[in-house]
Structures are given as structure tokens and as C-alpha cells.
Design a protein around this ligand. Structure first.
Ligand code: ZN
Ligand code: ZN
Ligand code: FE
Length: 760
């Protein structure tokens, strides 16, 4: 007897070697039929004896290709035709359908082996790839994912590549970016607007330049990176000067994990993350006394390392005597601008930064930065979600409307949803420049196209002046669709729920701690205890309001925040306190006047700002050059063996007073208590206060689940000790796993809130 079944598979199933696997299983199980990509997934028709068909289905179910992510697998009965063999049919495109698209994937071990094999025809070819690795998202123009719709369209396959591409038993069967030295993209090296060398010579020229201390712009997967010798203090200093990046850490690349282990502690989980197909930058704890210039990451206890994730990076990192074993690989841009990704744009924007350009002729369709992650409690914990992760969708706990959520202002990402998929964009960046805004707009356009999403409604932050909110407002007017404005910390809470697949409308306690977010009362919030769910929230506790001199601009001058907090708590500006040591009388008088007359001193309950104030007060960081610096440096000096804690005063209304805390800090400064102890007392005090408030809310409401979201939770010490303490007290803890805890995650929360609120 012959039976026939149709199988429909959905998820990340294209560009990951799915059809060749299906083909192989069909041959092994001796079934006939066909497989094809559609705009919505992969469709399979199989016929054979019931036993053979069953065998085929279970093979595919149990062992799909390693890079595939199957979200649904639906089998239905159909009538046998019958077919004489098993074939792979042409892709079929349906203008309304969509499927998730694979992110870019780091070079696989097989391709790496081939590239360094002198007998292989792709020996030292910087664009080697296969169905298991290589560019995806960054080269896609439209779906279905087929070569003519990628930036490889302009390269005609040579007969040898064509043979591999069409042979279902080959590792490169339908590998869309397939290429070789004969038919594929090529390298060149240029400076002064002239091509100086090509192919291997270009690579060698770039290496020689790097070796002699020059800075080379390298065209990578999702944009240009600036590469230079990370072991040479002079070079690192020069790069800082040119990039106008005073203290923000630079990312590093090393040939393999063994090299990284010379400089940093690397746990098993960290090693796995470094060498994963996503290959993010991983923040690792520095070993003491290492010989790398301090200027790489001033004031930090960790370094950000990644492994070479493309064949070109491997060739650039290849060990050789006298060649640096660590390169700085930082994004090709001036401080906070978006990374350069088009050749002409790079020539122009990076002219003052790079001494030369290592370029190639495979166009980049979508700009994507390197992702940044760390490992917390053995889980990857993303700080920037971009290459390797985007545009992997987050699976939502429910079917939602097509929504565009535009995120916030800092670390912007947006989110487009459809069915139960939330397509979170790659990291867009700080929305304070025209370049970033353009990148945001074109990113949205691209996502709407490749995922076939026409939003029915828009979601944005409550802040009246965010560029992202303006964009959403304009579109909602122009397209006559609803706009839902969402309070920043409610979005954080919902993002954490959605990140954890939270289905119910049960309420949780949200500890939403960050630097800044517009409150429903117009104040700057950021130290919020909310009780809520997707539908809404109540603010059950917060830090008491203090004046923020200069508003959000104050974050560059933590000493001013410290001064303002002291004064409004009725404490003196004593000259022996670190923030006042190097400050002129004129400056303090000016600040005093500003505070007295309340000129641009909005009230804030931000915990991020409290970190800034304490950091400045103890003299760790009085002025900053990047966001979060003062808090990061305060955490870096923490003495982990210190168990003492400051006391926080909690009012009957549950408002958290700051005066008592500051009094204790000032007392300890006067008593010459080491900063490591003060930092520990502050962290431990926060911990105790968090437990007290959660306990009090539980008593009142019975709620036993706590969600942790907001940029403050990038502080690993606070995060791990809070998880531990609250778990011990019987709370269930939700924290972030798929999207960042910082504002890079809020678009996910906005999406769920907008969906739930629009249903009412
Ligand atoms: Zn490969
Ligand atoms: Zn070829
Ligand atoms: Fe935030």
C-alpha cells in the first residue's frame, strides 16, 4: 500500500540546509515526492509504504539540520500521485506570506578546515561559506531567500560552484552565497582613493599595516570595523584620539580561545558562547597583571573579546611571529554614529579614522553591528542584540496583530510583529543623530518588506520628544491607524514577561531600574517597583524625587548629580568630599543658583542616577564619556568579600528615602573607608531594600513573581545577588534571556502591551 503525506514546516528553515537534509532523509527512507521552499516555510510531499513514510517523518522531526529552528511541523493526509523519485522543486513566492530569516552565521569548522587546506580550491579564499555558515540577513534584499534576491545576485556561478550548488548531496547545495576564487567576491586594499593591491596581496598589505601600528578599516559582514594592534599602547591611544572616544571600551579579537585565556577568565559557558554560531563579543573578567594597554577598557574589570567569525577575519588574525595576537576590532564610526557599511560612505566617513581600507565587492544590504553579551548564571545575557541574533524572532506567548513598536531613544531597536512572532530589529543605536534616524527608518522599511508586515497599529514611548515617537505619530496620522503610547518602565516590565514567554494576565512585581524614562507624572522615572501585567500597572514604590540639574544632560557630570542630591537632602558640600576637590568656586556657585532657582532641574527617581551620585561622591567617576560609565566603574571597585550594608529608609508609603543613605556614605568617606567597601555596602544595601519591599508587596497582594528589567540590571553583582536573595525568599524570578535588559528590549514590551490594550 502507498500512502501520501504533506508536511509543512515553519520557523527558520531556509538558508540552513533544510532541503538537502530532507532530500537525504527521503533517499535513506526510500520515499518519493518533493520538497520546496515557499514564502511561508518549507513544504514537503512524501509517498511510500506507511512504514517508510513514518520513518522519514520521524527522522526529520527528531534531527532537523542543526541551524534550523522549527516552530511548527504540520503533517496532513493527501492522495498519492505517484511520484517516481524525490526531487527539490524551485522556490515559490507568495506575495502575502512570510517566514523568519536566518541571521548571519559564523564560519563553520568544515569551511575553516578547507580554507587552510592548500589542496582545496578555496584555499585562503576569504568568502568561503556553505549551507551551515556565512552571510544571510546582511545580504538579503527580499524573500524567498534565493540567490537573485541577495547581494550575491551580481556574481555568476562558475561551473564548479554550480555543480556543488545543484548537488543535493553536497554541503553547498543551494548555499545562496556560494562562491570561489574564480567566480566570487574579491578583496582589495586601498588608500588615498587608489587601489594598492588585490586578493592575497591586499590581505598581506593590511596585515603589514596593522603590524606597524596603523589603523585599517575592514569591510566585514554587517559593516566596517576598525582593526589595529591591541597590544600596542601607542596605537590604542591613537585610535582613541581619532575616534573621539574618550573612555568607552574597545572590543578585541583573538585567533582562538587559548589566546583569550591568557588575558581573561573563561568559563565553559563563556567558551561555548564565544565559539557559538552567533559569535558575539563576550565580556570576560580580566586576569590580574596582564600585558594589554589599560586604554583598551579604562576603569573596567572586564574585556570584550570575540573570535574571528568570518573567513576574512581568520585570515586577518592568523598567527605569525611578530604579529599581534590581539587586535582591536571596533565599529567603523565616530563615537555614537551608526557603523559605516557602504563603500563610498566608508571612504568618506572613515577617512579621518583609518590609514587604509581592506575592501571587497560583496555588497552589504543591512547594516548590523557585532552583538555584545556576557554570561550570567551560566546563561547568555545580551547587552546588544545584533549580528548572529537579529532577525531571529522572539516567539510571543500569543497570536498578535501586525504591530510596529518603535522602541525608545537610547540603544534603539524596533519590533514588527505578526502571528506569534516578534521580529526584533538589530541594534539601531542612540537616536540623536540624523544618520541613526535614517538607519531606523530604512531598517523599518526593510523589515516590513522581508517579513511582509503592514502594521495595523503603532506603539511608541510616552516621552513627547523622542524621534522614534515622532515617527510613529506621523505614520499613525498618515495611515489613519491607532497609536498607543506606552510608559517606559511598563514596557520594560512587559518586555521581561514576553522574554520569558509569560502567557497569563496574572500580575507580577516589576523591578524596573534604569537611567531614565518618562513618567506618567512628567517626572524622570528610573527606580520603579511596579505591580502589573501586559494590560497595565500600578506604581507601588519608587525612590524619592531629587532634582537633576540640567536634566538628562546631567549624566555626563555625576559630580553635579552628587552635589544636587546632597543639597536637597540637607547635607553640606564639604571641601574634603571628592566631587568638590577639583571644582572651582564659580562652578559650585553656579550650580547652587541653578538648584535654588530650580532652573532646568526636573525631579527624578532614577536608580541609575543614584549610582552616578554615589560613584562621584566616593571619587570613582566624577565625569563620564559614555552612558553607564559611573555605575560600571562603581561596580568594578566593589569588594566582593565585604558583607556590610547601608540602610535605606523606607517611608510608610514605601517611598525610598535617599538622605539616610547619603549620610552613611559621607560618614564612611570621612572615616577613610576604602571605596571597595563603600561600593559593597551600597550594593548590599540595595539588595536588602529590594527584599524588604518585595516582601511587603507580597504580603499585601500575594504576588510571588518578580520581573527584573532595565539597564541597571546590566550590573552583574546586583543581578546575581538579587536573584539569589529573592529565590531564597521563595520568589519566582524572571529576567532577560532573548533581548537585552536595557532599552534595546523595550520594543518587545511595547508590542505586547499594544496588542493587549487594543483588544479592549
Ligand atoms: Zn561552512
Ligand atoms: Zn565558483
Ligand atoms: Fe530604560
Amino acid at each position: 500500500m502507498i500512502v501520501a503525506k504533506k508536511i509543512f514546516v515553519r520557523g527558520i528553515v531556509q538558508g540552513v540546509g533544510f532541503r538537502p537534509k530532507v532530500f537525504t532523509y527521503a533517499k535513506e527512507s526510500q520515499v518519493n515526492g518533493w520538497v520546496k521552499n515557499t514564502s511561508a516555510g518549507v513544504e514537503i510531499m512524501v509517498e511510500g509504504t506507511p512504514a517508510r513514510v513514518e520513518k522519514f517523518i520521524s527522522k526529520l522531526r527528531v534531527s532537523p539540520p542543526p541551524l534550523a529552528k522549527v516552530d511548527s511541523f504540520v503533517v496532513s493526509e493527501t492522495l498519492p500521485i505517484p511520484y517516481k523519485d524525490f526531487t527539490i522543486l524551485e522556490s515559490q513566492s507568495d506575495p502575502l506570506e512570510f517566514i523568519p530569516i536566518s541571521p548571519d552565521i559564523a564560519i563553520c569548522p568544515e569551511c575553516k578546515k578547507e580554507m587552510f587546506n592548500p589542496k582545496d580550491r578555496r584555499y585562503r579564499y576569504p568568502f568561503i561559506n556553505c549551507t551551515n555558515c556565512g552571510p544571510r540577513f546582511s545580504i538579503i534584499r527580499d524573500i524567498p531567500y534565493d540567490r537573485p534576491l541577495t547581494s550575491m545576485a551580481g556574481f555568476d556561478m562558475c561551473p564548479e560552484c554550480k555543480a556543488e550548488y545543484t548537488n543535493p548531496e553536497n554541503r553547498r547545495f543551494h548555499a545562496q552565497p556560494i562562491a570561489c576564487p574564480t567566480c566570487g567576491p574579491q578583496l582589495w586594499y586601498e588608500y588615498d582613493g587608489k587601489v594598492q593591491s588585490r586578493k592575497e596581496d591586499a590581505l598581506q598589505m593590511a596585515r603589514k599595516e596593522i603590524k606597524t601600528g596603523r589603523i585599517v578599516a575592514v569591510k566585514g559582514l554587517g559593516g566596517y570595523l576598525l582593526a589595529c594592534d591591541g597590544t600596542n599602547p601607542k596605537t590604542v591611544y591613537e585610535l582613541r584620539k581619532r575616534k573621539n572616544r574618550v573612555q568607552k571600551p574597545f572590543a578585541l579579537m583573538a585567533w582562538d580561545v587559548e589566546v583569550i585565556k591568557k588575558y581573561c577568565q573563561v568559563s565553559k559557558a563563556e567558551e561555548a558562547l564565544l565559539s557559538s554560531p552567533q559569535s558575539p563579543i563576550v565580556l570576560l573578567v580580566k586576569k590580574p597583571g596582564i600585558k594589554l594597554p589599560d586604554a583598551i577598557a579604562p576603569g573596567q574589570t572586564s574585556l570584550g573579546f570575540m573570535l574571528p567569525y568570518t573567513p576574512l577575519h581568520l585570515l586577518l588574525m592568523e598567527p605569525e611571529s611578530g604579529y599581534p595576537n590581539v587586535l582591536i576590532m571596533t565599529s567603523g564610526n565616530q563615537s555614537e554614529e551608526p557603523i559605516a557599511y557602504q563603500d563610498d560612505e566608508a571612504r568618506e566617513r572613515l577617512a579621518s579614522l583609518a590609514d587604509g581600507f581592506l575592501m571587497h565587492n560583496r555588497p552589504i544590504e543591512m547594516r548590523t553591528d557585532d552583538s555584545v553579551s556576557r554570561v550570567v548564571e551560566n546563561h547568555p545575557y545580551l547587552i546588544r542584540r545584533a549580528r548572529g541574533f537579529a532577525p531571529n524572532p522572539v516567539q510571543l506567548p500569543t497570536q498578535v496583530l501586525p504591530i510596529l513598536a518603535v522602541g525608545g531613544e537610547m540603544k534603539n531597536t524596533f519590533c514588527l510583529s505578526r502571528d506569534n512572532y516578534a521580529f526584533m530589529s538589530h541594534h539601531i543605536g542612540e537616536m540623536d543623530s540624523q544618520e541613526t534616524f535614517q538607519s531606523f527608518e530604512s531598517g523599518i522599511e526593510h523589515f516590513e518588506k522581508i517579513f511582509r508586515i503592514n502594521p495595523h497599529l503603532f506603539a511608541c514611548d510616552l516621552h513627547p520628544d523622542y524621534l522614534s515617537s515622532n515617527y510613529a505619530r506621523k505614520r499613525s496620522c498618515a495611515e489613519n491607524k491607532e497609536l498607543i503610547q506606552i510608559q517606559h518602565h511598563h514596557a520594560h516590565l512587559a518586555a521581561c514577561l514576553a522574554d520569558n514567554g509569560w502567557k497569563s494576565d496574572e500580575q507580577v512585581i516589576g523591578l524596573c531600574f534604569d537611567g531614565t524614562g518618562y513618567g506618567t507624572d512628567g517626572a524622570i522615572w528610573g527606580g520603579e517597583f511596579l505591580v502589573g501585567n501586559y494590560a497595565g500597572f500600578n506604581r507601588v514604590s519608587h525612590f524619592s524625587y531629587l532634582p537633576l540639574p540640567g536634566g538628562d544632560a546631567a549624566i555626563q557630570h555625576p559630580w553635579r548629580i552628587a552635589a544636587a542630591y546632597l543639597q536637597s537632602s540637607g547635607l553640606e558640600w564639604e571641601n574634603d568630599l571628592p566631587p568638590f576637590k577639583g571644582i572651582s568656586l564659580q562652578e559650585t556657585q553656579l550650580l547652587e543658583k541653578q538648584l535654588q532657582k530650580k532652573i532646568n532641574t526636573p525631579p527624578t527617581s532614577s536608580l541609575g542616577r543614584l549610582f552616578d551620585a554615589v560613584s562621584a561622591l566616593v571619587g570613582v567617576c566624577e565625569n563620564t564619556s559614555y552612558e553607564g560609565q559611573a555605575a560600571i566603574e562603581l561596580e568594578a571597585v566593589l569588594d566582593p568579600n565585604e558583607t556590610g550594608a547601608y540602610e535605606f529608609e523606607i517611608a510608610p508609603s514605601r517611598e525610598i528615602e535617599i538622605k539616610k543613605l547619603l549620610t552613611q556614605v559621607v560618614r564612611d568617606i570621612h572615616e577613610n573607608v576604602p571605596v571597595g567597601k563603600i561600593s559593597a555596602h551600597f550594593h548590599n544595601g540595595l539588595n536588602n531594600m529590594i527584599s524588604t519591599i518585595c516582601e511587603s508587596v507580597r504580603k499585601e497582594s500575594g504576588i510571588k513573581t518578580v520581573a527584573l528589567s532595565g539597564g541597571v540590571w546590566q550590573n552583574r553583582s546586583l543581578l546575581t545577588s538579587t536573584i539569589k536573595a529573592l529565590t531564597n525568599e521563595g520568589f519566582q524570578i524572571l529576567w532577560h534571556h532573548q533581548v537585552p535588559t536595557n532599552d534595546g528590549g523595550i520594543a518587545l514590551g511595547q508590542t505586547m502591551i499594544a496588542h493587549v490594550q487594543s483588544q479592549r
